[in-house]
Design a protein around this ligand. Sequence first.
Ligand code: NAD
Ligand code: DAU
Length: 339
Amino acid sequence: MKLLVTGGAGFIGGNFIHDTLERYPEDIVVCVDKLTYAGNMETLFPIYDNENFHFEKADIADAPAIKAIFEKHKPDVVINFAAESHVDRSIEDPGIFLTTNILGTQVLLDASREFGVKRYHQVSTDEVYGDLPLDRPDLLFTEETPIHTSSPYSASKAGADLLCQAYSRTYKMPLTISRCSNNYGPYHFPEKLIPLMLINAMQDKPLPVYGKGENVRDWLYVVDHCRAIDLIVRNGTPGEVYNIGGHNERTNIDVVKTILRQLGKSESLINYVTDRPGHDMRYGIDPAKINKELGWLPETKFEDGLHLTIEWYKNNESWWQNVLDGEYQNYYDKMYGDR
Ligand code: NAD
Ligand code: DAU
């Protein structure tokens, strides 16, 4: 099978490519990535010499470039991970989120249709469902929960989902969508909660917790997400949406304190800062459908996954030091300087 994977130089796409080439050595993977600030070729170095791996630097919103790549590689399957993915950046500058996440998806859908790909998979997010109240732990997001977005990021992801559903119905495209909860693991860009907190803690820097740290996220180890996508792409029903999550809800402050405990650092590093505007309170996924239809279950317990993640960041300091040395430092000073 020949898979065209967009956004493979990023966190989840990178983990997906590593896992796919390891588990299916006969498959061919073509990674298409614009290499934005979040794309990092070092994430792909371990498989760069694999003869079944190809890299194409391109913007998914650039229709002629994407068409040329489809013409050259003729993929069987397209999996779209490429996106602007950080909520805080979308609040600062929404425009690029609409261009990449909505128009980029449209370009990929058009090319997939024109070249008759056998399966298009859209990697979406639980954030399209909005949020849940803290005092109703019985409520969970199902695939029937109405779309109800809070940030420019989630609105752009919802726009892409709706476009995918329209292409599925109108053009009968063989297409699936997955909506996953928060991921963590190796190669996670340090602007996101877990890598940011653990890198700051390792350097004895303050840990900026938004508001009171009461917001709840439903954490899933990244490889479990990759395995779920693999199952959907190979065995999922065209036209369907699948929620992915592992019933692992935690408050942010609980996550931060667990990181500090595992690193043997003091809680005095915690610094409560101004909240994120429009901050979603709680995410909670009901993964019953993917479990029942495809037999998927998460394999990694949070404490084990966090331990693996911490060990990875300890052993791969050059990966994150290179990121911190670049443009990211300006972003960090701008976002957290006077917060
Ligand atoms: P990321 O920011 O780490 O990586 C995004 C990748 O996409 C980068 O390599 C970047 O260079 C590339 N990219 C960005 N714009 C592009 C463009 N116009 N053309 C080509 N490539 C482009 O993101 P991530 O955390 O790995 O998320 C991957 C996908 O999973 C996204 O679609 C995101 O919405 C979704 N998702 C993420 C999470 C999470 O917890 N991180 C959870 C659920 C869903
Ligand atoms: O739920 C899936 C989504 O999870 C994905 O679609 C997004 O791409 C991904 O970025 C993530 O979104 P969140 O906004 O939940 O993740 P983030 O790591 O930015 O924040 C997690 C929680 O931690 C959130 O409640 C905000 C809080 N936070 C975050 C940062 C960066 C802090 O308290 N301090 C921080 O410095």
